[in-house]
Write a protein that binds this ligand. Structure first.
Ligand code: E4P
Length: 216
């Protein structure tokens, strides 16, 4: 399972990269707004800076919602770096644009996916990744992990190549359960990734080893 980090914070991206487990980055307009990046030139420069830190795919989201706008923006974003994956919302013109990008060899991430039906459309249009938002489903008392399971079954039934990128991760248990189900990728903030490291028996055991090492 690939690990993407869901942030545009360069320090957090560097920290995950230094741990040696990072396979890519996802962003969205809210994430970009959080780091205070404004204006097309600065936004593109920031995506380039992210690409320079990580080796894998970097999702950059289009802001347009009409077909021509999505195509124009997506083609501009794809020119920033070969690592850029154009993130496109699951709407009518978005699916059309994913089909177009797929025919041009431009990688796509179909975002804001909340149902298996939407995931089927994304795969049929040739999306590189589909992003079901599990945390936001959990927030409205709907089982987000169940959606990952459904999409896994459907994609395996037909051999769809689109990778399931479990998004809106809130906890280390989300990551572990996605791995059990067979999600291809998770994208998570830094904290749930770092929380995978933690176990009290590791801490206690290490404290004892350090104590006993003094006797050697
Ligand atoms: C995915 O690509 C999105 O950027 C992200 O995972 C959304 O997460 P949130 O629901 O925590 O905003």
């Amino acid at each position: 399972m690939k690990f993407f980090i869901d942030t545009a914070d360069l320090e957090q991206i560097k920290k995950a990269q230094e741990l040696g487990v990072l396979d890519g980055v996802t962003t969205n307009p809210s994430i970009m707004a959080k780091v205070g990046i404004t204006g097309k030139e600065n936004i593109h420069a920031h995506y380039k800076a992210i690409c320079n830190i990580v080796d894998g795919d970097v999702s950059a989201e289009v802001l347009s919602t009409d077909y021509e706008g999505i195509i124009r923006e997506g083609e501009e974003l794809a020119k920033i770096d070969k690592q850029i994956t154009v993130k496109v919302p699951m709407i009518y013109d978005g699916v059309r644009a994913i089909k177009y990008f797929s025919s041009k060899g431009i990688k796509t991430n179909c975002t804001l996916v909340f149902s298996s039906g939407q995931a089927i459309l994304a795969a049929k249009a040739g999306a590189t990744y589909v992003s079901p938002f599990i945390g936001r489903l959990d927030d409205i008392s709907t089982d987000g992990l169940n959606l990952i399971e459904e999409i896994r079954t459907i994609y395996d039934n037909y051999g769809y190549k689109t990778e399931i990128l479990a998004a809106s991760i809130r906890s280390p248990m989300h990551i572990i359960n996605c791995a059990k189900i067979g999600a291809d990728v998770i994208t998570s903030p830094l904290a749930p990734i770092l929380n995978l490291l933690k176990h009290p028996l590791t801490d206690n055991g290490l404290a004892q080893f350090i104590e006993d090492a003094k006797k050697l």
